[in-house]
Design a protein around this ligand. Structure first.
Ligand code: FE
Ligand code: FE
Ligand code: ZN
Length: 280
């Protein structure tokens, strides 16, 4: 079965996201661990999370994804900004443990002129500081479009970070289709080649989730503007190839397209219909 869901609002709680996912025929989803501006997170209601876990089990959900606030900058030049990322992510990782085998996705940040090596060092030392041997949550670095001085535009940059992380079995990558396309990887015409490069540099065994987004901009634009599937430059056929690719098809796919629930439901329906199901 295709593991597909979309980004949902956490404002009504965890069980509510599970019910919302079911309504749109999703079997996973992503949520912001707190409001995107990165302020205070709501207290975890254990019963609410347990209701979500029951929904997830009953309906064979794939791993769910918590997304760190995208405004954090773990490799800022300002010490206070780096500390703030540390505080938020450390707290997030503790909260993510309430979910069984959750995925925690974050943006490596922008090195703001300090250079890639400095950015890589800041991100890796942050992770080594906050990750715990006993945690069940996997931490995922998201592939970035390379806007401004974003770290993580290339697979090589992500690999540099992973190489410095001590708890290697708890770190991986989330591939965002819009971001890699905007970064200059031709996943529309050469999906196979891009995945081979990912495998050679990072290893496909480190890929744990895919963000499915079309792009408003041309390949290599470095822009990061998501579009609805099939309405952007990438086109629908690219997404049918991505969800059916033998190396990707078992992964959780998360839509971050500019949609409300009915739009997400329509995208999920199209993708489920285009998914080649095994006949076992
Ligand atoms: Fe993201
Ligand atoms: Fe994304
Ligand atoms: Zn994006």
């Amino acid at each position: 079965m295709l593991n597909i869901g979309c980004h949902l609002s956490v404002s009504k709680g965890f069980a509510a996201m599970g019910r919302e996912a079911l309504k749109i025929d999703a079997n996973t989803f992503q949520f912001f661990t707190r409001n995107p501006r990165g302020s205070k997170a709501k207290k975890i209601e254990v019963e609410d999370v347990e209701r979500l876990i029951a929904i997830a089990e009953d309906n064979h959900f794939a791993r769910m994804v918590g997304h760190a606030p995208y405004t954090l900058n773990p490799c800022s030049a300002e010490e206070r900004t780096r500390e703030f990322a540390w505080e938020v992510m450390e707290d997030d990782l503790r909260r993510m443990e309430y979910l069984p085998n959750g995925l925690y996705n974050f943006h490596p940040g922008s090195h703001v002129g300090q250079g890639i090596d400095v950015g890589v060092e800041y991100v890796a030392s942050l992770l080594n500081d906050i990750m715990k041997p006993q945690q069940r949550t996997l931490v995922l670095l998201e592939t970035m479009a390379g806007k401004g001085s974003e770290v993580g535009r290339t697979f090589e940059e992500l690999k540099l970070i992973i190489d410095k992380v001590t708890l290697k079995d708890k770190v991986g990558v989330c591939l965002d289709t819009c971001h890699v396309f905007d970064a200059g990887y031709d996943i529309v015409n050469d999906l196979e080649g891009v995945l081979q490069e990912f495998d050679r540099i990072i290893g496909l065994d480190r890929l744990y989730a895919v963000h499915l987004n079309d792009s408003k901009n041309q390949m290599g634009s470095g822009k990061d503007r998501h579009e609805k599937l099939g309405e952007g430059i990438m086109g629908m056929a690219a997404f049918y190839r991505i969800i059916n690719h033998p190396k990707l098809r078992e992964l959780p796919f998360i839509l971050e397209t500019p949609n409300e629930l009915p739009g997400y439901a329509a995208e999920i329906k199209l993708l489920r219909e285009a998914y080649m199901n095994d006949t076992d």
